[in-house]
Write a protein that binds this ligand. Structure first.
Ligand code: HEM
Length: 407
């Protein structure tokens, strides 16, 4: 049965089943800027073509991140006040100041040292699997490396990484009944992160170390510093932004490998081919975009892709749709590990909010998937995977695999 525009539904139940590529194909072809009702909140414009997603991302004057936040759901004013203290929900000039200060914390030397360490961490994760046959890939592999990296980055002791895991699940899991998270749980998680960050920051003020927390505590541009509250809110952002996203991308990469045996064969045969792994990593990113969308709010009456938009309207940009736009990518439905160029929009459309952790995420995805496949080249699926119910995070909750390790 062919799909029609009145059947379009981009809310959370749809994503629990699959990424709705059929709906996106219809929208790009027939209604690239489509009005979508919402049962509880004000409706929104769904923007699905590559060029339009990029235009919205790059024009922060017309499409504000701050006016109504970057999340699809409307918020009460007091909640909005709070999220506006996080970098994603700021417009310039507030955003420019904040980004300059936190970028001072992401010192290249520190990030490079961490990158060098990623291989060791990935080896350790694979060592833990020795002697096992069936494993649950998300918990045993995909979640581990991003958690360890974010802990190292922030200076959280690695033994506390389950705390970080739990906080981020509670903060993004509200729409999925499996996570049994209430709104109060999300708020409690945020309060816990706040307290933890306060204690960590106090320690680093007294005893500076070579980690980002020390650098953030000290970061100063023209006499301007992050306030303790701003530091806490950035810590919250990093716990979620650097963790769930990378975990899910590693899980989606493994799922693609399990789905396409010829891809697995090519990656295993080319396990030492750096160029292949660099391009395959970009294709994993295009394929498994781990955030479905971000929202902007129109500041003035405007048009996108020929569609009139009113000031105050919500405009929601869909990254997985942009990544499969046939006007931009040749054969977008084909997973091509050698696709070059590959200017996917998984880290954003290139505006002021472009992902601060993109290179760190790339290094983790490549190293984790490559190391795992080097050690367990005969891996196969061991049952069905389960997806997260969320209209925001492209999550895989459960991915059972057999290692088939007969060595
Ligand atoms: C595969 C993993 C990741 C994906 C798919 C991802 C995706 C994104 C996207 C789509 C944005 C918003 C871009 C925009 O609005 O134009 C973003 C922003 C951001 N990301 Fe990532 N991200 C990933 C990993 C990371 C990591 C590892 C970190 C930190 C260690 C990180 C930190 C941030 C921060 C701080 C922002 C806000 C930047 C700003 O508002 O100026 N991300 N990310």
């Amino acid at each position: 049965m062919s799909l029609s525009l009145d059947q379009i539904d981009l809310l959370e139940d749809t994503w629990e089943r699959a990424v709705p590529h059929d709906q996106f194909a219809l929208l790009r072809a027939e209604a690239p800027v489509h009005w979508h009702d919402h049962p509880t909140f004000q409706g929104f414009w769904a923007v699905t073509r590559y060029d339009d997603v990029r235009t919205v991302s790059r024009d922060h004057t017309t499409f504000s991140a701050e006016l109504g936040s970057v999340f699809l759901q409307d918020m009460a004013e007091d909640q909005l006040e709070l999220v506006r203290m996080t970098i994603l929900n700021m417009d310039p000039p507030k955003h420019s100041r904040f980004r300059r200060l936190v970028s001072a914390g992401f010192k290249p030397r520190m990030i490079n040292a961490l990158m060098d360490h990623i291989q060791e961490l990935a080896d350790g994760i694979c060592d833990e699997l020795e002697g096992k046959d069936e494993i649950e890939f998300v918990e045993s592999v995909a979640a581990e490396l991003p958690l360890m990296v974010i802990c190292e980055l922030l200076g959280v002791p690695v033994e506390d990484r389950r705390l970080v895991f739990d906080w981020s699940n509670r903060m993004v899991g509200a729409q999925d009944p499996d996570f049994r998270v209430t709104e109060e749980d999300g708020e409690a998680a945020m309060a816990e992160i706040y307290m933890y960050c306060d204690a960590l920051a106090a320690d680093r003020r007294e005893h500076p170390r070579d980690d980002i927390m020390s650098a953030l505590v000290e970061a100063e541009i023209d006499g301007d510093k992050l306030t303790p509250e701003e530091l806490n809110m950035f810590f919250v952002t990093l716990v979620v932004a650097g963790n769930e996203t990378t975990r899910n991308l590693i899980a989606h990469s493994m799922q693609a490998i399990l789905e396409f045996p010829e891809l697995k064969a090519e990656l295993v045969a080319g396990i030492d081919d750096d160029a292949l792994w660099a391009s395959a990593t970009e294709e994993f990113l295009r394929w498994g975009a781990s955030i479905h969308n971000f929202r902007r709010t129109a500041t003035v009456d405007t048009t996108i892709g020929g569609q009139d938009i009113k000031a105050g309207d919500k405009v929601v940009i869909y990254y997985p749709s942009a990544n499969r736009d046939p006007d931009h990518f040749t054969d977008p439905e084909v997973f091509d590990p050698r696709r070059t160029p590959n200017d996917h929009l998984t880290f954003g459309g290139g505006g002021t909010h472009f992902c601060l952790g993109a290179n760190l995420a790339r290094a983790q995805i490549k190293t984790m998937v490559r190391t795992f496949l080097r050690r367990y080249p005969d891996v196969t699926a061991a049952g069905d995977h389960r997806r997260m119910r969320s209209d925001f995070v492209n999550g895989i909750k459960y991915l059972p695999v057999s290692l088939n390790n007969h060595s």
